[in-house]
Design a protein around this ligand. Sequence first.
Ligand SMILES: [Zn+2]
Length: 70
Amino acid sequence: MALSQDLIDILACPKCKGTIRLEKDQSGFVCETCKLFYPVVDDIPNFLIEEARPWSGAGSGTGTGEPAPA
Ligand SMILES: [Zn+2]
């Protein structure tokens, strides 16, 4: 079962109440404001701030990602 876009649209970051986005592989949600990653386990998003992981940003200067657009 995939997460529905309708569900994703109403979800918000529990910390800043801002917009979150689903990772391409649906492994979790990212809040780019808080730089937090909320994992999805068994199709259930885990929005506990205490269990969120730091998110460094894909391809944003870690040395292994894509170069930032000019
Ligand atoms: Zn946030």
